[in-house]
Design a protein around this ligand. Sequence first.
Ligand code: FNR
Length: 335
Amino acid sequence: MKNRKDDHIKYALEHESEYNSFDDVELIHSSIPKYNLDEIDLSTHFASHDFEFPFFINAITGGSENAKKINQKLAKVANECNLLFVTGSYSAALKNSNDDSFKIVKKENPDLQLATNIGIDKNYTAGIAAIKALNPLFLQVHVNLMQELIMPEGSRNFNEWENNLKEFVENINIPIILKEVGFGMTEDTIKQGIKLGIKTFDISGRGGTSFAFIENMRRENSLDYLNNWGQTTVSCLLNLKNYTDKVEIIASGGVKNPLDMIKCLVLGAKAVGISRTILELVVKYDVEKVIKIVESWKNECKMIMCALNAKNIQELRNVKYVLYGKTLEFSMQKI
Ligand code: FNR
C-alpha cells in the first residue's frame, strides 16, 4: 500500500509556486551603518521559550520509513545548528504503536529544541499522547480545511473543530500554536483563535508548499483550479499588522532564503518556519552540506540586518518597505 506521508513528500517536492509574494516587498536599506556585523543579535522569543535564531524547521513528516530517515536528517541539522525542530503531525504515530519515526529524533538528539504537531480534527487526548511521547516545547494544532476537502480520504465533518480547539486550550499544559499548512490566516481567523484562548499563530501562507496541489495529485479527478487556494504569506502578515503586539505571529509558507526570512520579521513575525526549502536540501544533499548552508543562512541574516540598521528582531520592525503588484493591491483593500 502506498503511504500517504510518502506521497506528501514526493508531491511537495514536485510543486513550484507560480507566484512569490516576497518579490513584491522591497526593503529600504541604509547607506550609513549603525552597527558592526558582530553586534547583530538574531535571538527571539515565542511560545514561552527563547530561541537563538529566528528561523526553524517547521512541521514536515513522520510515519513511514522514508519519513523516519528524513526526520533523522532534519533533526541532526537542527541539533548541530541549534535550531528548533518541529515534527510533522504526531497522529501517524498514534495509529501505529511500532512507529519510531518521531521518537528517534529525541533519542538521537536529547538536547534538541523539539516541538510537535497534531490536527485540529483530533481530540485533545491525542495531543496529550504526543506530549507524553516527545516532551515538546509546544504543540502546534494544524488547520487544513481545503486539504481535507480535496483529499479523497479526508474529513467531511467539521463542526467539531472549534470545540476541539477549545478543549486543546483547556486541557494542554504547554503552549499551543494554531497553525495553517500553506493556505494562510487572516484577521477573522485570528479573532476566533484569540476568543478560544490562542496566543500564538503560525499563519503559514500560500507561496510554497500547496496541499491543494499535493492532494490533487493523489486524487483521480484533479481539482487543479484550486491549487492556488488561500492567501499568500506576505498578504497575511500585512493583514495582521495590528495584531503583532497583541499575539505572537509566526510566519511560514514559501520562505526560500534569508531575505524572505528578514522580510517576514520586518512585517512583524516573531519567527519564521521553513518546510519545503529544508526538505529539498536534506533530500538532495548529505547532512554536513545542509549544516553548512544553514550556518551560512545565520550569517546572511546578520548581513541583511546590518544593511537595514537593525540590531535585533525588534528593530527590524522599524524598517521601511514598499510593496508592488498583487500584494500592494491586496494591502489596499479592507478585508
Ligand atoms: C507539511 N506541512 C505540515 N504541516 C502540519 O501542520 N502538519 C503536518 O503534518 C505537515 N506535513 C507536511 C508534509 C510535507 C511534506 C510538507 C512539505 C509540509 C506544512 C508545513 O508545515 C508548512 O505549513 C507548509 O509546507 C508551508 O511552508 P513551506 O513548505 O512553503 O515552507
